[in-house]
Write a protein that binds this ligand. Structure first.
Ligand code: FCB
Length: 457
């Protein structure tokens, strides 16, 4: 393989989210979010683990920014904790909570790191959940208020804004499959939640642009592109349904193509939408389709679709001989390449940031305290090369944010999954860069990758 070099102003960084790293769950006036409630409910998370302490980033943020600077990161994607800022969900501002993010942004800018806040990475205030949560339309104006408060406070310093992280997770994973907070299993509620998340994105984007003259606004979508298990027409059909459920239901409305008609029909005929799209009101689809400055792409793995299973029980077929990460996710960089091509050629995305890409492996310190996570290096190397190939075809990728800076709280999986380029010892909270962090530092310094033969040399 040849050496690859990236465009001069390409941004290299890392991503995290508030609940997964901050801890300080009740510090300085923060109220509970749905993840506090969920993680404290017996049986919902691995070993009953919670984000009460997590990486204690709420208190160690200055050290973490120093670490980012030492690694040469150029951008940092973090999320704001809604209940830290608006403990009742709307109305009263909790100034200490808001000030935390102001200090973080100042420190990042001082370190030469572009801050990229995400407004919603799954921390709905419990008060709003009690009033109906995302399936209720009333959550939409509350989110726009959050966008208003945060963009007024940080808009003089922050240009890159991400409204939502992974609407599929907020809606379907959380309200249909039910393995994430609030843990519902209710199709009509899940699809109403999806609509309200998309609508709140469009309205928040307008609010941010009103407050911040030079704002660049985007949304981060997660992709698990489907491939049919065999060449049979039935497997192709299964892959197409998965594509509608996971990909087109979100990307199409955002790009002005409305909800995909085949899926509206499928959901209606199968009884999942007994009242059709009754949650859509006049003007909503135009609001959702407001032009984006950039599109955020979160990619980890692909989905192998097989006929004969319905959407409630779909599981990716296994690919014997393939490599899988500790999450049980197949390593498949070529799907990442094809995904970026599709977004470019089929949707003509204006600009793309890879807002998450990474892998979980359990590697810990060896007898010398060194963490040799070679499998992560291999994963990143292959995916970054795949991204570069797509860019050669014209895919307008402007930056890459690795998930994640630190090992952290992996939602329902608790602390059992280590996605960080930096190891966290949860007993002492000490951080140690893994081999992959040093590899990433070198990649950033040379803005590219050497020919394969040099790697690890
Ligand atoms: C994504 C989430 C992120 C993290 C990674 C592994 O779906 O956005 O918070 O959990 O997966």
């Amino acid at each position: 393989m040849r050496a690859v070099v990236f465009p001069e102003n390409f941004l290299w960084g890392a991503a995290t989210s508030a609940y997964q790293i901050e801890g300080g769950w009740n510090a300085d006036g923060r109220s509970p979010s749905i993840w506090d409630t969920f993680s404290h409910t017996p049986g919902k998370t691995h070993n009953g683990e919670t984000g009460d302490v997590a990486c204690d980033h709420y208190h160690r943020w200055a050290d973490d920014v120093a670490l980012m600077r030492a690694l040469g990161l150029q951008a940092y994607r973090f999320s704001v904790s809604w209940p830290r800022i608006l403990p009742e969900g709307y109305g009263r501002i909790n100034q200490p909570g808001l000030d935390f993010y102001g200090r973080l942004v100042d420190a990042l800018l001082d370190a030469g790191i572009v801050p990229m806040p995400t407004l919603y990475h799954w921390e709905l205030p419990q008060t709003l959940q009690d009033a109906g949560g995302w399936p209720a339309r009333a959550t939409v104006p509350a989110f726009v208020e959050l966008a208003d408060v945060v963009s007024r406070a940080l808009g003089d310093r922050v240009t890159h804004w991400i409204t939502h992280n992974e609407p599929w997770c907020t809606s379907l994973l959380s309200h249909q499959i039910g393995v994430h907070a609030p843990g519902w299993q209710d199709w009509p509620a899940a699809l109403a939640a999806a609509h309200h998340v998309l609508l709140s994105h469009g309205l928040a984007a307008a609010q941010i642009r009103a407050n911040v003259a030079k704002a660049e606004v985007g949304i981060a979508i997660n992709f698990e592109p489907a491939t049919p298990a065999t060449d049979s027409p039935a497997d192709y059909h299964a892959a197409r349904i998965w594509d509608g459920y996971f990909f087109r239901w979100f990307v199409d409305p955002l790009m002005g193509r409305l909800y995909p008609a085949d899926m509206v029909d499928y959901y209606t005929r199968s009884g999942r939408l007994p009242r059709g799209l009754d949650f859509v009101q006049e003007g909503d689809m135009a609001t959702i389709a407001a032009p984006l400055d950039f599109f955020g792409v979160n990619y980890y793995t692909r989905f192998i679709a097989r006929a004969g299973e319905d959407l409630d029980h779909l599981q990716s077929a296994s690919n014997p001989g393939a490599e899988y990460t500790a999450m049980g996710w197949e390593v498949h960089p070529d799907t990442f390449y094809r995904l970026l091509n599709r977004l470019h050629f089929e949707y003509r995305m204006p600009k793309i940031f890879v807002t998450e890409n990474g892998c979980s492996y359990p590697d810990g310190p060896d007898e010398n305290g060194r963490i040799a996570d070679q499998r992560r290096i291999n994963y990143l190397d292959a995916h970054i090369r795949a991204m570069h190939r797509a860019m050669q075809n014209g895919a307008p990728v402007a930056g890459y944010l690795q998930w994640s800076l630190l090992d952290n709280y992996e939602w329902a999986q608790g602390y059992s999954q280590r996605f960080g380029m930096v190891y966290v010892d949860y007993a002492t909270l000490e951080r140690t860069p893994k081999a992959s962090a040093l590899w990433y530092r070198d990649l950033i310094a040379r803005n590219g990758l050497p020919a394969t033969a040099e790697i690890g040399a």
